[in-house]
Design a protein around this ligand. Sequence first.
Ligand SMILES: [Fe+2]
Length: 270
Amino acid sequence: LAGNPDAAAADADRLWDAGDGLPLIAVPTTAGTGAETNGFGVTEDRCARRKVYIGHSSVKPRIAVLDPELTLGLPARVTAATGLDALVHGIESLASRGSTPFSTAYATQAVTLVGRWLPAAYRDGGDLEARAGLMLGAHLAGHALTLSGLGLVHGIGHALTAHTGTPHGVALAAVLEEVMAFSAPAAATAYEATARALHLPPVPDWAGAAIEAVREISGAIEIKRPLRELGVTRDDLPAIAADAVADAVTKNAPRLPSEAEVTELLEAVY
Ligand SMILES: [Fe+2]
């Protein structure tokens, strides 16, 4: 806003050519979004009930201060929701159409760290080693997603939040394993990388093992809810599916879904 004082969310696409923002030093107080790694923000257009991506390379933070002590007081439910977001950033980055060797390197280590430390940080919010591992994992996941883009879990998550106000990580958790199962035919290599990053023993069905491990992590942090408990009605499902398919993040999904396929997926977790 300092460089673009008249900016509005609706102008997001045009801000790319406008003036520079102010130099930024970012100090995260959750371990989740990885927002300190890039020049993007996500805000909500309440009239259109959709998320708007707004950003500029000039507001990519010059410095990020990662101090896990700042997350020691974070309540368990917020630790779970933000940490699950970081896990999804790692997994969706690995499976993204935009993945590169660089994003894969970041994402692999992110999945390892978040997978290992998120349940521990949830169990004991005062565990500084767990808080530090989780924060570094979330930061690396931010670098990964900035390079690669995300996918359908975020597409659906954004739509669920816009329709119901559900926190981002809780919305992602509602559909994570189901989207992975839907995407598996087009994401075999990525889900093998996910399983290996989680240090799972080798099995013929790497994707199935990765999905099962994600289900365990999600269960350990008690975050998964059926959609009806998030304030969604059955009548909302087609509109949420339409918004999910139209969301820009969905274009990087390894298997591109139709609105009907997303509606079916949502019904399965209703
Ligand atoms: Fe996210």
